[in-house]
Design a protein around this ligand. Structure first.
Ligand code: NAI
Ligand code: MG
Length: 351
């Protein structure tokens, strides 16, 4: 079997950690007897500086020809930061119907969580972030910006279809895990959009009586991430809340640099896109010190989505091996380089 993978390094540390991930994908492919054909696309803020656009006009059509997209992150300090989402990330996620942003939170062996008394069993849940609508639809307006009457509005959009489809995904996923779904919103104050979200979520919950369902407001959820992460199994939440909570999830894992994710199109009618939860980290780019684990874990999530479960499990096992006992990268208070960690993961796979 041959998988065609579009590789988009993006900007900043993407140029260091994506190639590390691609080598590992090629190594497990050899070991588990499947083929991977990769094609590189140098899109992102760097492309914008040269060509005035994040990706060519036919970029989305180009991506549709692949089985999956392996992505780093986009954004550079010298480029207007309202563009990366509008012109690349949100665009790909919506146009390719990647409506589930799947973001696991777990503690790797050997990594110290800042929650010192919590164990691997305590920190083990999945954040499902609605990925196509909500607060991030970028529908709004600024009125009279340079006058005393300046005023701005953003629209948050919640549709029945949008909630139903991610809700079904959440309850089905919970059935394969701890059989528990927590719906995190702020529907006590965003009473229209998230009140409707809750109503539709409850209708779907009623169809899964074997799964325990509860609601939690995001303020309480934030505190619970820190104080009692063991209460969570599958979290289903909106686009912005999921964005914010997943950085907190990365933090309780020990570092933002550990988080992997998938922008999933469950129907597989278009390719899904796999990327770490963090951004392009321009503050540490070009120094070979970025943690490559979130990017490499995203490769495992990609291979599992493509049906190569054994290869995916082998990558996760290799990550656990790399984090146990050896020196870690700077974000985890070590001195190891990006390439040393990638090398340790790859030598385990080849051993
Ligand atoms: P960021 O996630 O890039 O960095 C936040 C902090 O975490 C920084 O101190 C960074 O050094 C550290 N960090 C992130 N990844 C790391 C890794 N693998 N190893 C070690 N340390 C790591 O978020 P920030 O600074 O808010 O955004 C930087 C740029 O990235 C912006 O242009 C932003 O728009 C873009 N961005 C892009 C995303 C995407 O393409 N999906 C997602 C988030 C941000
Ligand atoms: Mg984010």
């Amino acid at each position: 079997k041959t998988y065609k993978i579009a590789v988009v390094n993006g900007d900043g540390i993407g140029n260091e950690i994506v190639p590390a991930g691609v080598s590992i994908i090629k190594e497990v492919a050899k070991k588990y007897n499947f083929e991977v054909e990769t094609e590189d696309f140098s899109w992102g803020a760097g492309h914008y500086v040269k060509h005035g656009e994040f990706m060519p006009e036919n970029g989305i059509e180009t991506l549709k020809k692949f089985d999956a997209i392996y992505f780093g992150a986009v954004g550079l300090p010298e480029v207007d930061d309202t563009l990366p989402a509008r012109d690349y990330t949100f665009k790909v996620r919506t146009e390719l119907h990647q409506y589930v942003n799947y973001r696991p939170v777990k503690l790797f062996s050997g990594v110290q969580s800042p929650l010192r008394d919590k164990t691997k069993a305590d920190i083990d849940f999945i954040i499902l972030r609605e990925n196509n609508e909500g607060e991030f639809v970028q529908n709004g307006k600024i009125f009279y910006p340079d006058t005393p009457n300046g005023c701005a509005v953003d629209t948050s959009m919640v549709t029945r279809l949008g909630v139903e489809r991610i809700a079904h995904y959440a309850f089905k996923l919970a059935r394969t895990r701890g059989k528990k779904v927590t719906n995190v919103t702020k529907s006590n104050t965003l009473i229209y959009s998230l009140g409707f979200w809750d109503k539709v979520m409850q209708e779907v919950a009623d169809q899964y009586p074997d799964v325990e369902y509860s609601k939690m407001y995001v303020d309480n959820a934030s505190a619970s991430f820190v104080l009692k992460p063991e209460v969570f199994d599958v979290i289903v939440t909106t686009n912005m809340i999921g964005d914010i909570l997943s950085d907190l999830g990365g933090a309780i894992m020990g570092s933002l640099g550990l988080g992997g994710s998938g922008n999933i199109n469950p129907e597989k009618d278009f390719p899904s896109m796999f990327e770490p939860i963090h951004g392009s980290a321009p503050d540490i780019a070009g120094q070979n010190i970025a943690n490559p684990i979130g990017q490499i874990w995203s490769a495992a999530i990609m291979l599992e989505h493509l049906g190569e479960k054994a290869a995916a499990d082998n990558i996760v096992e290799a990550i656990e091996h790399a984090t146990t006992g050896g020196d870690l990268t700077k974000d985890l208070k070590g001195n190891a380089s990006t390439s040393e960690i990638a090398e340790r993961i790859s030598s385990f796979i080849n051993s």
